[in-house]
Design a protein around this ligand. Structure first.
Ligand code: ADP
Ligand code: MG
Length: 242
């Protein structure tokens, strides 16, 4: 589904990622782990097409087409989704309106308010969230946990095929961690090809989400790839072991 070969990425002329290779097969679950400043968010932004991140060399393909040739909106339409590490507050933009616009943009067709409310309320029900949440301004005065829940809500409504979750678990309590696992299970159940890359610092997400592969990133390159045992090694020995 996603094939990255020898990727090098710069921001403001500074190379942040280099020699980065990763393959994500349909239906697979990956953890990308690494110390602060190792380039995890840079990877996430580059896949989504953030204009500040410049691909210097290497190749990125998604479903056998060149990802670099696709604009951000086309990447979203083709099923790629990024949950932000630090979601942005947009006062005056209502959650429900934002999600409806995003839904329509991705499906390239309008949907009636009534039909969309049905979809939104189903998703809120699955997350155990109050319908009033949908009437609030995007992330404005949200708690850390509410911001992460909104990223999960977006994912449930937009049903991506490839999700990159940038530290979705940071600052979450156990119930919210279970919610991440639940949302991933639902998406996988709806679409067996659904693939996810969970960027995380924490071993504890492993209790709830089982990765097929764990990758360690250090100084912008993947230095080790293995199964869930690798995450346990990091928990025991830290990143210095790599
Ligand atoms: P992570 O998500 O793993 O914590 P990031 O991808 O956010 O790491 O950042 C990787 C590195 O890139 C960090 O060392 C950061 O300081 C550096 N970096 C980010 N933006 C810039 C910039 N505009 N100019 C120079 N260095 C940057
Ligand atoms: Mg980051």
């Amino acid at each position: 589904m996603l094939k990255i070969r020898n990727l090098a990425v710069a921001r403001d002329q500074k190379t942040i990622i280099s020699n980065f290779s990763l393959e994500v097969a349909p239906g697979s679950t990956h953890f990308l782990m690494g110390p602060n400043g190792s380039g995890k968010s840079t990877f996430a932004y580059t896949i989504m097409g953030h204009p500040a991140y410049e691909v210097i060399s290497g190749t990125m393909s998604y479903k056998d087409s060149d990802l670099r040739a696709l604009s951000v909106d086309k990447r979203a339409q083709s099923g790629i989704f990024l949950a932000f590490q630090q979601p942005i507050e947009i006062p005056g933009v209502m959650v429900s309106g934002f999600l409806k616009e995003a839904y329509q943009a991705i499906h390239k067709s309008p949907i009636s308010a009534k039909e969309f409310m049905g979809i939104l309320h189903d998703a809120l029900d699955l997350l155990g969230m109050d319908y009033a949440f949908a009437s609030r301004s995007l992330n404005e005065s949200f708690s850390g946990g509410e911001k992460k829940r909104l990223e999960l809500l977006q994912m449930l409504v937009l049903k991506p095929q490839l999700a990159i979750l940038d530290e979705i678990d940071s600052g979450l309590d156990v119930d919210a961690l279970k919610l991440i696992a639940r949302v991933l299970d639902i998406l996988r159940h709806q679409n067996p090809h659904f693939a996810v890359v969970c960027i995380t610092h924490y071993h504890r997400l492993l209790t709830y989400v089982r990765p097929d592969y764990v990758h360690i990133i250090k100084s912008g390159a993947i230095v080790a790839s293995s199964n869930a045992d690798l995450a346990r090694t990091i928990e025991a020995e830290g990143y210095d072991a790599f």
